[in-house]
Ligand binder design. Structure first.
Ligand code: PHB
Length: 399
């Protein structure tokens, strides 16, 4: 058995776990990051692609990059707005004009690569591709994380604090006591594709159509990311390229003659869809961050942004707790983090229900569809309505 003593053991080496370890390292706090997945697995798992203004700042201004080489700025695409498309036309929501902010198209995989490179450069203790991770003794002042490496050797990391940044299938979550769990399930999912094609528009298009929602996002000049609402039981492999394109074109088409740029589909997946919050996000010496504590539906791309916002608050309270040797500093974490989480839960739910087609009785559906059009029309014709969208999408300023 190999034994390591550290200050903070972080379970989960995705963007949240890595960003937390980066921030703690900058404050002189030692940590060890463990993750069952390999770096390659995380690097090639496609997730959402939009960063709020403060997420970009967190990356660009905390020493993730060597000064002057901020990849998020040089390689990301700044988007000053989005298009809402419904009733056969597109309507631009101008974030810059409404709230003086923009977002950045910079995929989660790129965030992971950048923060991973920073931790490696700074000598971080990162242990990927392990198995049998377990947490122990969380109600003592010496909590432990154990795991086995691929050769079957046992390892133990003893720490002052354990952080579960281990995603929506978190193993740490079940160890947080006195929990309340809030759920919202949706009767649909997203069919996501990556395709080789030029951009169809300068910014993202969120579409409501009688056939259901569609989102036209981007990755590079030659690779695009798109989604359309589907049944949760849909088999991704049952969809040929032709079938995908005719469904997407049908959802985007309208009297303005708009057409998507098409190309070979290089990846297809059906993405799960639900809202979830667990509270508290801490018990004793165990704290949860990101998807381990809360998930949002992908409409509005809040998941990674919330996880990064958690790490900012968490790094601050951990610094205080360890600096003063006083665990009471951790008490503020749940309430501070959840304030933003519930705003984002509402925002994601609101965007979802405004744009998706709910299955159900025909007469209710007719009512809902016309109601949605009423809501969208009032949004694009009212500065007050559009400003709420702009503020939520670009992210509420960090307190
Ligand atoms: C993406 O590019 O993957 C993306 C963008 C915006 C969303 C969701 C996903 O709301």
């Amino acid at each position: 058995m190999t034994m390591t003593r550290t200050q903070v053991a972080i379970v989960g080496g995705g963007p949240a776990g890595l960003m937390l370890s980066h921030l703690l390292h900058r404050s002189g706090i030692e940590c060890v990051v463990v993750d069952n997945r390999t770096v390659e697995e995380i690097r090639t798992t496609h997730r959402a692609g939009i960063l709020e203004r403060d997420s970009v700042r967190l990356l660009a201004e905390t020493g993730v990059y060597e000064t002057g080489h901020e990849r998020v700025i040089t390689h990301g695409d700044r988007h000053g707005g989005i298009y809402l498309r419904f009733g056969g036309g597109s309507h631009h929501i101008d974030f810059e004009e409404l709230v003086g902010a923009s977002v950045w198209l910079y995929p989660q995989t790129a965030v992971f690569v950048d923060v991973h490179a920073a931790r490696t450069r700074d000598g971080g203790d990162l242990r990927y591709g392990i198995t049998d991770t377990a947490v122990h003794d969380l109600d003592t002042d010496r909590p432990r994380v154990t795991y086995a490496d691929l050769d079957g050797r046992a390892h133990e990391v003893t720490a002052d604090l354990v952080v579960g940044a281990d995603g929506s299938r978190s193993l740490c979550r079940d160890h947080v006591e006195a929990r309340s769990r809030y759920f919202r399930e949706y009767p649909f999912a997203w069919f996501g594709i990556l395709c080789e094609a030029p951009r169809s528009a300068p910014e993202l298009i969120y579409t409501r159509s009688d056939r259901g929602f569609a989102l036209i996002s981007q990755r590079t000049d030659t690779v695009q990311r798109m989604y359309f609402q589907c049944d949760p039981a849909e088999e991704a492999s049952a969809w040929s390229d032709d079938r995908i394109w005719s469904e997407l074109q049908a959802r985007l088409s309208g009297p303005d003659g708009f057409e998507l740029e098409e190309g070979p589909v290089i990846e297809r997946t059906v993405l799960p869809f639900r809202s979830f919050v667990q509270t508290p996000m801490r018990s004793g010496r165990l704290l949860l961050a990101g998807d381990a504590a809360h998930t949002v539906p992908p409409t509005g791309a809040k998941g990674l942004n919330l996880a990064l916002a958690d790490t900012r608050v968490l790094a601050e309270v951990i610094e205080r707790a360890i600096g003063k040797g006083d665990l009471d500093a951790l008490d503020a974490y749940t309430d501070r983090a959840l304030q933003r989480v519930w705003k984002a839960q509402h925002f994601s739910y609101w965007m979802t229900t405004m744009l998706h087609r709910a299955p159900g009785q025909q007469e209710h559906r007719d009512f809902d569809e016309l109601r949605q059009l009423g809501e969208l029309t009032s949004l694009v014709s009212s500065e007050a309505g559009a400003t709420y969208l702009a503020e939520g999408y670009t992210g509420w300023p960090t307190a």
